[in-house]
Design a protein around this ligand. Sequence first.
Ligand code: BGC
Length: 449
Amino acid sequence: MNRNAGNIDLLHEALKMLAARFSVTLPMARTIASNFRNEMKSGLAGYPCRLKMLPAFLGKPDGNETGTFLALDFGGTNIRLMLVELLGGRRYRIVRTRSFPLKEPLESCDYTSAKATGETLFDYIAGHIKDFIDHERIYDLGHTFSFPSRQVGTNEACLICWTKEIRTRQVEGEDVNRLLMEALRRNGIENVRPVVILNDTVSTLLAAAYKDADCDIGSICGTGHNTCYLERCFKGQGPMIINIESGNFDQLPFTIYDDILDGRSDRPGEQRLEKMVGGHYLGEIVRLAVVDFIEKNMFPINLEEDSPLRMPYFIKGEHLSLIMADENPGLSKAAAWCRDCLRINDPHWELLISLKTVAEAVSKRAAFLAGATYIGIMDHIGYRCSNHTIAVDGSLFEKMPGFSDNIAKIIKDLIPEGDLIVKVVKAKDASGLGAAVAAAMARTSSSFQ
Ligand code: BGC
């Protein structure tokens, strides 16, 4: 296709409009925060609403928990096993760690697809646990399970529904730690006792609170998105961490690309916030926008029918990070990625700048939306009652250029003036440390501290 000035003008115009459509202004962020807070209230009162507000049956640690625990982190992409030693005095040590994928690289084996069942999945995990442990000693295991689950105590969690497009059969509606225990038994592992199960946001909060007493919010900005917080007095019983399952919030400014993505997803209408914030989805939003531009003739390229750019979910969060981090005047890293991965031999500047602009707009919107919900939570807790540390874990927060700065920025812009101190920190070793802390807390009679 010939490049012509008309098309390029059109492209610049379209990019400007697109950036505007993805922008979250301060008044919009305030409205989102306030609607989010109202939804939290409805959820806590038991009214039907988008936020599940699931009690974790855990309060906050005091930092003096001790012991050595096995931690299992089930996030959806990988499984991680860790041996964690809590030393008390807010100190700990990660003794050993090992990760393995739930999907083999060539997808010869995929434990997250509808071909797998709960039994095959947990047998696979048990096999890895067997290789990881020492058979002479007894282990208490804390299980970080990153999906919406209804708990009736610290060691029983029924999966409500899969998210992040996982489809493994015969797990929804089941008590996940029971599935794990049965698999351990089937695999002859008698020295591992699952003692606690918790959401990854809860692990994040506990891990950070073990070190910093001000931490009262834990959040994940990774493949998926969700937040939990410490409710100071839950149903008159005392402090309780609540897993909000905030990814299901939906009072949001959607673009046409969000609607298309949602319509083609496994669960249309669900997890709308997560579909705008989670790393699993950001690349797909960018892909939809860029393909739309190409189809509207704004890029001087012909897109073959089998082009990777036509493949849903081909663009991953890490690709966006690479493109956004490219500060070279010719965007040479982005160009190399287009050549190597998209098989576009001579990527034009217009394509590169469009990819970068859209990626930045989508990432900034994600950070601002997450930040707006944190404000809603702090509004609910009450700003002046204490300082707040918001602990965040996940690949976007850690690795996506500008993401954590954008969260800090929107929070700074939205909090009322005054003496309040809000820190947004990266939760180190969150899933392992948090699971170990929870296991220690579950062992003592009162986990409601
Ligand atoms: C799940 C949450 C989880 C989040 C981050 C979401 O898809 O529903 O339970 O905390 O992902 O992993």
